[in-house]
Ligand binder design. Structure first.
Ligand code: 13P
Length: 252
């Protein structure tokens, strides 16, 4: 069985003290079993947040990483640096990185491969725009993105991947995909993973949903067979709503 996951993508928010306070609150109140809780602060807060979470079961993710181990890449952060900070997960290919920083499918794939080689679990994001959905191109888009991101992976590597379906039209807009809309894409993607690797890899791969996840809509989403948790922006920035989401996932 797949353990549900609630991952908070804090994006470019919070000062150090606020991040530490939020991490502490989540660490002290989130369920300790039956759900994996992850938080992803900005990279300059990883060290302080790691300290705040040291005695808790909440795990740490980065929001991005470069594929190279070091080098002349001004402004970037490398995997070995994240390793030193107790980071276990890394969000890759978020639509905001693709849209605002021109990240390509090929770059996302290089990052996924590098993350796996360094023993991180990548949380690989994909999703369609509103225009793509309305013109019937959702499946073509998500299949292309997922195949590209997982290109060149061995089965053993694929077993450590977490996917996150984030329809771009649902991110930060208050418009959530309906549980049926999300389930349809999740099940489609699980079949693609099954075709690309094998059925057992597909069945064990967590596929999260992201896009205006809130305590009021999360229960119905996570009740769907192929929705294994949430990648959460806005609602992960408050202790109460994050903990509520973790409890909902815990009780599935
Ligand atoms: P919101 O939950 O704020 O819509 O953000 C979703 C997201 O992009 C998580 O990565």
């Amino acid at each position: 069985m797949r353990t549900p996951i609630v991952a908070g993508n804090w994006k470019m928010n919070l000062g150090t003290d606020e991040a530490v306070e939020l991490a502490r609150g989540i660490g002290e109140n989130a369920p300790t079993n039956g759900v994996t809780c992850i938080v992803a602060p900005v990279s300059v807060h990883l060290s302080s947040v790691a300290e705040a979470l040291a005695a808790s079961p909440v795990l740490l993710s980065a929001q991005n990483m470069h594929w190279a181990d070091s080098g002349a890449y001004t402004g970037e952060v490398a995997g070995p640096m994240l390793k030193e900070l107790a980071v276990r997960y890394v969000i890759l290919g978020h639509s905001e990185r693709r849209q605002y920083f021109g990240e390509t499918d090929e770059e996302v794939n290089r990052k996924v491969l590098s993350a796996l080689e360094q023993d991180f679990r990548p949380i690989v994001c994909f999703g369609e725009t509103l225009e793509e959905r309305e013109s019937g191109r959702t499946e073509a888009k998500v299949e292309f993105q997922v195949r590209a991101a997982l290109s060149g992976l061995t089965v053993e590597q694929a077993e450590r991947v977490i996917l996150a379906y984030e329809p771009i039209w649902a991110i930060g807009t208050g418009k959530t995909a309906s549980p049926q809309q999300a389930q349809q894409v999740h099940s489609f993607i699980r079949d693609i993973v099954g075709e690309r690797f094998d059925r057992s890899t597909a069945n064990s791969m967590p596929i999260l949903y992201g896009g205006s996840v809130k305590p009021r809509n999360f229960g119905d989403l996570i009740d769907e067979k192929d929705i294994d948790g949430g990648l959460v922006g806005g609602a992960s920035l408050k202790v109460d709503s994050f903990v509520e989401l973790a409890r909902i996932a815990h009780s599935v």
